[in-house]
Design a protein around this ligand. Structure first.
Ligand SMILES: [Fe+2]
Length: 209
């Protein structure tokens, strides 16, 4: 029997939020997901604006931002669980861009490096970066890393993996903000387009989600 496949264009942010409730996410987790979606959408929009050849879809990224933690109700790898859920829901294109890499360095530490745990596409990288930059409010990458280390202080392997991930996330930030900066640099002669400036602008942008 042919499986019916939905795509991101077929679900609205409201439907995605209803899915988070269906899978039992807490209100604070849903608030996090809404913030990640807003941040990811703003960044995707900036990148899509001046890099049309990259075919970034801000609406698809918004839905992925909303759903990236849908597997959070379980104790094992919530990212892999989230991918399974979204595939089961027929949202295959969203399932492909929600891995946010939190378990990659742990796989290295365990001697079983698994690159499938890393963000794989530009849209996926935008979602992963937004997740790193928004907890319950926008934070800097450094503050987010420090927050995780403090919250998971009784888990030595997690602390080590977060420290290992700093360089990867810094490279990710530089890559994405360079793409976003292109807009400012191309259109505003003499404008301040440093990564730090772009980072603050993304944090303060508003969207209707
Ligand atoms: Fe998250």
């Amino acid at each position: 029997m042919k499986q019916q496949q939905k795509n991101s264009a077929m679900i609205s942010p409201g439907t995605a939020l209803a899915m988070l409730q269906k899978y039992g996410l807490s209100q604070s987790r849903i608030r996090h997901c809404r913030g990640v979606a807003r941040f990811a959408y703003n960044l995707a929009h900036k990148i899509a604006d001046t890099n049309p050849e990259l075919a970034v879809n801000p609406e698809k990224v918004r839905i992925a931002g909303l759903l990236h933690d849908i597997g959070r109700y379980c104790d094992d790898n919530h990212e892999l669980r989230g991918v399974e859920i979204l595939r089961a829901e027929g949202l295959h294109d969203i399932a492909e861009i929600i891995m946010h890499g939190s378990a990659y360095e742990l796989s290295v530490l365990n001697g079983k490096e698994n690159i499938a745990l890393l963000p794989s596409t530009l849209e996926n990288k935008i979602v992963a970066y937004a997740d790193a930059r928004f907890r319950l409010e926008p934070v800097s990458l450094r503050d987010r890393i420090d927050e995780v280390k403090q919250r998971r202080c009784d888990e030595p392997a997690k602390i080590r993996s977060v420290e290992m991930a700093i360089e990867r996330f810094t490279q990710l930030e530089n890559e994405l903000l360079a793409l976003a900066r292109k807009e400012r640099g191309d259109r505003t002669a003499g404008g301040n387009s440093s990564p730090e400036c772009n980072s603050r602008r993304l944090s303060s942008d508003k969207s209707t989600l």
